[in-house]
Design a protein around this ligand. Structure first.
Ligand SMILES: [Zn+2]
Length: 634
C-alpha cells in the first residue's frame, strides 16, 4: 500500500447520515444492469500484488479499493459508493470479436483492436508501468503480437502518458501513431502557463496524499484515479483532420469524427463499422463530465459538446451495437446505445440552456447554482449523474464561459481580498469567540456551508484557534462525505487535511512535468512561460535584450517597461541584442529557474557573446514558483 493510513478522527454528523440515507431512498441504487454491463466479457486481471515502479513504489494496485466490497458506510454518498463499486470491476474484457478493453488497469481505458498484423492500441493510459503491464496482459491472454498502430483519442495525459510502454523508446521503431489535429500543441500547452497553480489544485481534485478508506478517497468518477508512474510522449505520425475521414489501419476500418473543443481542445471519436463498435473517446462516459474541472482549466463549450454528441447520433447510431469509450464500462445494444447518447447529449444541453435561461432572467452564478434543478430523468439514469462533474459547478462554469467571473453587481466589481474581508467580518460579528459560537450553532442546525463560511473567515483573519481549525475540518469532511462527485469529495477531504495538518509536501511527487512533452513545446512557449515569472519590482527601470540560440532556433527576448516580450524565427534574427547566448533547452530551464548560475552554465558549455553579467541579471529578474503554497489558509 502506498497510501497513508487514515489516522484522523472523523466525526460523522447526524445530518450527514440523514443526507446519505435520503440519497439511498431517492435513487434506484439496486439497479444491477450496469454491474452486468461492467462485468461482461471478463477475461483476466493484473497479477496479484499490483504493478511496481522501478523505484520500488507501486504504480497501481486495485487492492487499494478492496474496502469498497461491502455495504456503504455513513461517510460516503451511496450513489458514489455504487459507482465506485462499478469502477472496481477491473481487468481485460472482450468487447466483441476483435475488440478488447483493459479497464481500471489505470485511470483511463486501453482499447485493443485486432489488426491484420498486430494490436492496434487506442489510448495507452497515463503511465509507462501500467501501459506496459496491460500490453503484457493482452499478449499473455490473447497471444503474443506486435503493436501495429496506436491511436490517441485526445490530448489529456491519461490517454497518452504511458505510450512508451507500448511503442518502446526508439522513434525509428514506433508504429504509426494517429492523433487529432493540433494534438501535440494542445497536449504540451494545457497546464503550462498556469502550471504550478493547476498542478497544486489538481492535488486537491485527485486527493493526492489522501488515504483510500471509508473516510478518504473513494473514486475518480471516470475511473479510480491516475496511476502513479512515469509519463511519456511520442511524436504522432498520422493526423486526423476532418469528420468523416476513413482510415484503414492495419486492415481495420476506422471512421472518424472530430470532437475538438468539447471535452478537450483536440479530440476525435471513431466508429469501427465492421464491428459495430463506437468509441466516443471521453466525450461520453458513465458520468456527467466537467465543463470546468476544479483543478482549473479554460471553460469547455457545453453547447458544442451537445452538438457533437448529436452529430455522432446522426452519423453513427444506426450502425452502433456497442459503445466502448475511453473511460468506464461499455453500453450494449443498439437501443441502449441511442438512449445513452441522447441522454449524454442532453445533460450538457440542459446545463447550458438552463444556466443561460436563469442568467437572462437576471440571476448570478451562485443564485443559478442554488436554483438549478436536476432534469426529472436524471434520477434513474446514472450514467449522466455527477460522479465527476456536478450540475452546480457546471452551471457556474457555463455562466463564466459566456459572462465571465463578474456577476454584474457593483459590490462585486472590486471585492475585498479574503484576508481583509475576513478581518472585517470577524470584527463586525463580535470577535473570534462569537464567530465560533455562531459556527457551532450552524453545525448543530446542519447549515454546513454557513458554518464553513464563518470558520473560513476566522482562518483568513489569521485568528484560527486549534478549535476553529478542527471545526472547519469537520465541516469540510462532512461536506465531502455527502458528495456524489468523487473529485469534489477529494477537494473537501484534502482541504480538511491541510487545515488540520498544514501543507505537507509530498517529496516523491516531482513537478508533474513530462520531459518528452516539454521538448515538444515551441521556443515561443518556453519564453512565454519564463515571462510569467518576471518580477515587476526587480525589473523596474531595466531595459535588456538578449538573443538566444537553441539548436537551430532563435529567440529575441526584450525586457522594458517591467514587461518581457519574445520574438522567434525570422523576427528574432534582426534587432539589437545586448548579449547572445547559445545553450540547450535544459540549460535554459535550469538558468531561468536559478538551478544553475551563469558561472556554472559557462562551465557546462553555455556560450555567451557579450557581457555575461547581463545574462545573470536576466535570470535574477525572474521568480521561481513553489508548488506548496497555501490553499485553505492565508
Ligand atoms: Zn481521460
Amino acid at each position: 500500500m502506498n497510501t497513508p493510513s487514515d489516522s484522523s478522527a472523523s466525526t460523522i454528523l447526524p445530518g450527514t447520515v440523514a443526507y446519505n440515507q435520503g440519497v439511498a431512498q431517492r435513487l434506484p441504487l439496486d439497479d444491477q444492469q450496469a454491474f452486468e454491463d461492467a462485468k461482461r466479457g471478463w477475461l483476466a486481471a493484473f497479477p496479484e500484488g499490483g504493478i511496481q515502479r522501478e523505484d520500488g513504489g507501486t504504480a497501481w494496485d486495485m487492492r487499494w479499493f478492496d474496502f469498497q466490497a461491502g455495504a456503504c458506510p455513513d461517510s460516503v454518498n451511496p450513489s458514489l459508493w455504487r459507482h465506485a463499486q462499478l469502477n472496481n470491476i477491473h481487468g481485460l474484457f472482450e468487447v466483441c470479436d476483435g475488440v478488447w478493453q483493459a479497464r481500471s488497469c489505470d485511470y483511463a481505458n486501453m482499447t485493443i483492436v485486432r489488426g491484420d498484423t498486430g494490436w492496434i492500441i487506442v489510448d495507452p493510459v497515463i503511465a509507462v508501468e501500467t501501459a506496459a503491464a496491460t500490453l503484457a496482459l493482452v499478449n499473455q491472454t490473447l497471444g503474443e503480437r506486435p503493436v501495429s498502430a496506436v491511436l490517441v483519442t485526445h490530448c489529456h495525459p491519461d490517454h497518452f502518458g504511458g505510450i512508451r510502454g507500448v511503442v518502446g523508446d526508439d522513434p525509428a521503431q514506433f508504429p504509426p501513431i494517429y492523433v487529432p489535429e493540433n494534438f501535440t500543441e494542445a497536449a504540451a500547452y494545457e497546464g503550462i502557463m498556469a502550471g504550478t497553480a493547476m498542478f497544486r489544485r489538481s492535488l486537491f481534485q485527485f486527493g493526492v496524499g489522501l488515504p483510500t478508506s471509508p473516510t478518504g478517497k473513494i473514486d475518480g468518477g471516470i475511473g479510480k484515479m491516475p496511476a502513479i508512474g512515469t509519463r511519456t510522449f511520442a511524436a504522432p505520425s498520422d493526423i486526423v483532420r476532418e469528420t468523416g475521414e476513413v482510415h484503414v489501419i492495419d486492415g481495420v476500418t476506422f471512421e472518424f469524427q472530430i470532437a475538438s473543443g468539447t471535452e478537450a481542445p483536440a479530440e476525435f471519436t471513431f466508429l469501427l463499422p465492421d464491428h459495430g463498435v463506437l468509441c466516443m473517446a471521453e466525450v461520453c462516459t458513465q458520468t456527467m463530465h466537467n465543463l470546468l474541472p476544479p483543478r482549473g482549466a479554460k471553460v469547455r463549450d457545453a453547447l458544442l459538446w451537445a452538438k457533437v454528441i448529436d452529430e455522432a447520433i446522426i452519423r453513427f447510431a444506426d450502425r452502433t451495437e456497442i459503445i466502448a469509450n475511453s473511460h468506464n464500462w461499455p453500453v450494449w445494444g443498439k437501443d441502449n446505445a441511442l438512449a445513452y447518447l441522447s441522454e449524454q447529449r442532453d445533460i450538457y444541453k440542459y446545463t447550458h440552456d438552463q444556466t443561460l435561461r436563469l442568467a437572462n432572467l437576471g440571476h448570478t452564478p451562485d443564485e443559478i447554482a442554488a436554483e438549478m434543478v436536476e432534469p426529472d430523468w436524471l434520477s434513474t439514469r446514472f450514467h449522466a449523474r455527477g460522479f465527476y462533474g456536478s450540475l452546480t459547478f457546471n452551471a457556474r462554469a457555463t455562466y463564466q464561459r459566456y459572462l465571465g467571473f463578474y456577476d454584474g453587481r457593483p459590490v462585486n466589481l472590486n471585492p475585498l481580498p479574503p484576508a481583509s474581508l475576513a478581518t472585517h467580518y470577524v470584527d463586525a460579528l463580535g470577535g473570534v469567540e462569537k464567530v465560533l459560537e455562531l459556527a457551532q450553532v450552524a453545525i448543530e442546525t446542519d447549515a454546513l456551508q454557513w458554518a464553513a463560511t464563518l470558520l473560513n473567515h476566522i482562518v483568513f483573519a489569521d485568528l484560527a484557534t486549534p478549535e476553529a481549525k478542527s471545526l472547519l475540518a469537520t465541516v469540510y469532511r462532512n461536506q465531502g462525505y455527502r458528495c456524489e462527485s468523487g473529485i469534489m469529495r477529494n477537494v473537501y477531504l484534502k482541504g480538511a487535511a491541510e487545515i488540520e495538518n498544514g501543507v505537507q509536501p509530498i517529496a516523491a511527487l516531482g513537478t508533474g512535468r513530462n520531459k518528452d512533452l516539454a521538448d515538444a513545446l515551441s521556443l515561443e512557449d518556453w519564453f512565454d512561460i519564463i515571462a510569467v515569472r518576471l518580477n515587476p519590482e526587480r525589473s523596474r527601470g531595466v531595459q535588456l535584450a538578449l538573443r538566444f540560440f537553441i539548436g537551430d532556433r532563435t529567440a529575441l527576448v526584450e525586457i522594458n517597461r517591467q514587461t518581457e516580450n519574445v520574438r522567434t524565427g525570422a523576427a528574432a534574427t534582426n534587432g539589437h541584442a545586448d548579449a547572445e547566448v547559445t545553450l540547450t533547452l535544459e540549460q535554459l530551464d535550469q538558468l531561468s529557474t536559478h538551478k544553475l548560475n551563469v558561472t556554472e552554465a559557462l562551465a557546462a558549455g553555455v556560450q555567451i557573446n557579450g557581457d555575461a553579467a547581463l545574462v545573470e541579471q536576466w535570470c535574477s529578474l525572474h521568480d521561481t514558483f513553489d508548488l506548496w503554497f497555501n490553499v485553505v489558509s492565508p
